[in-house]
Design a protein around this ligand. Structure first.
Ligand SMILES: Nc1nc2c(ncn2[C@@H]2O[C@H](COP(=O)(O)OP(=O)(O)OP(=O)(O)O)[C@@H](O)[C@H]2O)c(=O)[nH]1
Ligand SMILES: [Mg+2]
Length: 617
């Protein structure tokens, strides 16, 4: 006797598969209104109209045939007959949420391509109707080439029609599976969207808007251009909007320093407070407005639903270097700071994928590097208009960021061919709805960021600055000698030692001095330079404008460019190394990361310096 035909219920999470399973078999599988309710296969029996019994299995929801978690793997194994399940299903019932067709049709298209007979249950049609969405199942049937039945699983609507249309699919000859299923998310998404649009008879203005926005944002040519344009506006804004508040903070710190100089007696403590704390910490806090404007943009993009669209656009680019599209979000968070970015790689299932993402995360321009870039750019790059609305300073900043991304791209390409070789996997994610950001949420996000920044300035940056000040101030040169106090100090001597190593790439003593303390936090490079100049300087003026003036006097343009390039690549901060150790369970990978980044930084900074000298800058 033949076993009863096997039919599997598949679809995206939360489509109503278990509800349909219960309605068809009379079972009581758990249903719930969130993705991931079902995490294993369950089977039950149902009887067709002609009396034939069939075995129905309810599967965990999945976004694609590319499993990113163990429950999705169960689904993949069952529908493709892998992983030791005795037999392939004779037919699939693909359950889709009618109100979310774009997203759910993606997986449907992949499933249809498998070659197993498919019937689509257009479920939750009641909710779609409530929201003013009218669909035409006949169009869907024609576009997909498989039977489509409208259902309301929880009201048992459409079940008879489903059984009737399922019947002829069973008992025929099994269709051989096609060997390649379309995996390119962008292609799939576009086809899904076209089909969904064709099957939509009418919808509410809000849904129409969302579709129109997606047609632009996800367009293969316009989409990436839009993304670049948004990023570009962001950088220009960071520079121009921040200028006034930054000046105000600068003036305030200058005033504070002047007040301490007048009121406190000259000596150790006054110098510690003015040349150490105020010069160092003040030099960093000036960048608070910039950091906040940067985060304002990031938070708005996240809250509006655009960020996931950007991830979709990036997926193909990531795939060319063998990275999963899932890596986009961790890498994007690394623009704030590599530490949460590296932790966010936990969502990447494949170990090699994940490791590669961790290793390149430090190349994303974290917000701690902004003060360094801004200071050097502000001092050394003329603020001229190069194109309408485009100033050279913003352009250089953008260039540095692109440099980091390009470096990451090349690094991933090389790593994936050597130390982290392995197969890569695709990326599927639910597209969130577009919505206006809630200003309270943005406000809270900015407040949190400001507090983190100020806390860093008040603790780790202040502490490093004070230590550096001590090392820079002692021992004092003998009175009467014309040797500079910095050169005579402990730090100065260490700096002069480091300088011999970094002189070939155009670095001077001041940079050499800043490199070590910048390991604690990158912003310290700025406060360190501030402190060096405060001690070295007789006139006793202060503030970032004063630092800029001194930079202009002492640094050549090739040196400044080399320094910027160094910061794009160098593994500067200890927290990143520590979190890498924790996430990779050992010292091997952090050591590798530090090694390759130092080599890259040295080579790139050197190349920049010599190139700049050669072209006569
Ligand atoms: N209004 C309405 N609600 C439905 C319908 N089908 C399912 N639901 C509800 O939608 C939610 C999700 O249903 P489930 O059956 O748990 O979804 P699932 O596809 O099994 O989800 P996973 O197991 O997470 O993959 C539950 O709250 C159901 O009660 C429907 O046709 N109409
Ligand atoms: Mg379920």
């Amino acid at each position: 006797m033949h076993a009863a035909p096997l039919v599997a219920l598949v679809g995206n999470p939360n489509a109503g598969k278990s509800a349909l399973f219960n309605a068809l078999t009379g079972a009581r599988q758990k249903v719930g209104n969130y993705p991931g309710v079902t995490v294993e296969r369950h089977s039950g029996r149902m009887v067709l109209d002609d009396g034939r019994p069939i075995e129905l299995v309810d599967l965990p929801g999945a976004y694609s045939l590319d499993p990113s978690s163990p429950d999705e793997r169960v689904t993949r194994d069952v529908v493709t007959g892998r992983g030791g399940f005795e037999r392939l299903p004779d037919a699939l019932v693909v359950v889709v949420d009618a109100a979310n067709l774009d997203n759910h049709l993606r997986f449907t298209l992949q499933l249809i391509a498998l070659g197993v007979p498919v019937i689509v249950a257009l479920n939750m049609i009641d909710l779609a109707e409530r929201d003013g969405l009218v669909l035409d199942p006949a169009v869907l049937e024609r576009e997909l080439g498989v039977p489509v039945v409208s259902t309301v699983a929880v009201r048992r609507r459409g079940l008879d029609e489903l059984r009737a249309k399922l019947s002829p699919l069973l008992g025929g000859h099994p269709v051989p599976a096609v060997d390649r299923v379309e995996e390119n998310i962008v292609v799939l998404q576009r086809r899904a969207r076209t089909i969904a649009a064709a099957a939509t008879v009418s919808e509410t203005p809000a849904r129409r808007w969302a579709h129109w926005l997606d047609a632009v944002a996800l367009h293969p040519v316009v989409g990436p251009l839009l993304l670049v344009a948004i990023l570009f506006v962001m950088f220009q804004a960071v520079f121009s909007w921040a200028a006034t508040p930054a000046d105000m903070i600068d003036v305030a710190f200058g005033g504070l320093e002047g007040w301490v100089r007048e009121t406190a007696p000259d000596g150790f403590w006054r110098s510690l407070v003015t040349d150490g704390l105020i010069a160092g910490v003040g030099a960093v806090i000036v960048f608070l407005p910039q950091i906040l404007i940067l985060f304002l943009f990031i938070l708005v993009l996240e809250a509006s639903g655009y960020m996931v669209r950007a991830a979709f656009l990036m997926d193909r680019l990531m795939a060319t270097v063998g990275l999963s599209g899932r890596a986009f979000i961790p890498l994007l968070s690394s623009f704030a700071c590599a530490v949460p970015g590296i932790m966010a790689t936990r969502t990447i299932e494949d170990e090699k994928d994940r490791l590669t993402t961790i290793l390149i995360a430090p190349l994303m321009t974290c917000s701690a590097r902004w003060p360094v870039y801004t200071l050097i750019i502000g001092a050394m790059i003329p603020n001229i208009q190069v194109l309408p609305f485009v100033r050279l300073q913003g352009l250089v900043m953008f260039g540095l960021l692109v440099m980091g991304v390009a470096g990451a791209y090349v690094a991933a390409l090389l790593l994936r061919r050597t130390v982290t070789k392995g197969a890569s996997s695709g990326f599927m994610m639910e597209m969130p709805k577009y919505q206006w950001p809630r200003w309270q949420d943005i406000g809270i996000g900015l407040w949190t960021r400001a507090m983190i920044f100020l806390k860093r300035a008040g603790t780790i940056i202040a502490a490093t600055t004070v230590v550096l000040w001590l090392l820079l101030s002692f021992p004092k040169p003998p009175p009467g000698s014309n040797i500079s106090p910095v050169d005579y100090s402990i730090a100065g001597r260490i700096g002069n030692g480091i300088e011999t190593v970094v002189a070939p790439i155009g670095f001077n003593r001041d940079i050499a001095l800043a490199l070590l303390p910048a390991m604690a936090a990158r912003e310290v490079a700025v406060s360190a330079i501030g402190t060096v100049y405060a001690i070295d300087d007789a006139e006793g003026e202060s503030g970032t404008r004063a630092i800029s003036d001194r930079l202009r006097g002492r640094w050549s343009l090739p040196t400044a460019l080399a320094f910027l390039m160094w910061f794009v690549f160098a593994p500067q901060c200890i927290s990143t190394i520590a979190v890498t150790r924790r996430e990779t369970n050992g010292w091997k990978w952090p050591a590798f990361m530090v090694g390759y980044l130092f080599v890259a930084a040295y080579v790139m900074a050197g190349a920049t310096y010599w190139l700049a000298v050669a072209v006569g800058l």
